[in-house]
Design a protein around this ligand. Structure first.
Ligand code: DX5
Ligand code: ZN
Length: 221
């Protein structure tokens, strides 16, 4: 699978979101990463459900990559307008009935991804391998941009890659957290397919978004 990019909108210029989204779309970016937080599962709040819904109306070719860091995420699906073409990642640690939530996402025509926090073992995904289109490996603790990578993340990516490959299924491996210029290549070598780019790369200071996106696309190819 070719490497794909998903810039994280929580790191963009909040006062110019529409033009930031349109710019990414025009640059041929695959996905826009939309973080939703409930202030309970993680101690922070970012993009709200109605904003995530509105983003849909300005997209041309780019797709939504929605990462829900909230307990019982299914309560927000209607408000986000979840549907065809969306990636919807829910946390293993945040759902009472993980299978039911993943099936709910599929029933809406969207692509269910299972997200795993750094302290969760990779092999929890095995029980859900038949109902997911992707795994989101958190390489920082969910909730905040600008954190250092958690130790052991490369081994975790390799382990998830192995489980996916052994399943024989076409499952996307997404990485989120400190996907930096320096580390993204190694993440790719470990088996990542989809890269969330935040303050460590595409939204780092001192480079235009056009240059940053093309540099990143080159690195993860
Ligand atoms: C949380 C976010 C952050 C962030 C990634 O899920 O997705 O991980 O925006 O950007 P960095 O880690 O590069 O600041
Ligand atoms: Zn995220």
């Amino acid at each position: 699978m070719r490497g794909m990019l998903s810039p994280s909108l929580m790191c963009a210029d909040m006062l110019n979101l529409r033009s930031e989204i349109e710019r990414l779309d025009n640059l041929g970016v695959d996905y826009v990463h939309l973080d939703f937080m409930d202030g309970k599962f993680v101690p922070n709040i970012t993009l709200d459900a109605s904003l995530i819904k509105s983003v849909k109306s300005v997209l041309k070719d780019m797709k939504r990559d929605i990462h829900i860091m909230a307990y019982e995420p299914q309560q927000y699906f209607d408000r986000m307008g979840i549907g065809q073409g969306d990636i919807v990642a829910v946390h293993y640690e945040a759902c009472q009935d993980v299978s039911a939530v993943l099936k709910d996402i599929s029933s809406r025509g969207a692509n269910p991804f299972l997200a795993v926090s750094p302290d969760t073992k990779a092999d929890v995904i095995c029980d859900f391998i038949d109902c997911i289109d992707g795994v989101l490996v958190m390489t920082v603790y969910p909730g905040f941009a600008g954190q250092p990578i958690v130790e052991g993340s490369f081994d975790k990516i390799k382990e998830v890659r192995k489980i996916i490959d052994e399943s024989g299924k076409n499952i996307i491996l997404e990485v989120d957290g400190h996907v930096s210029w320096d580390l993204c290549k190694k993440m790719r070598e470990c088996g990542a397919d989809l890269f969330v780019a935040g303050s460590s790369s595409v939204y780092s200071k001192g480079m235009s978004i056009d240059d940053a996106v093309s540099k990143m696309m080159e690195l993860i190819r």
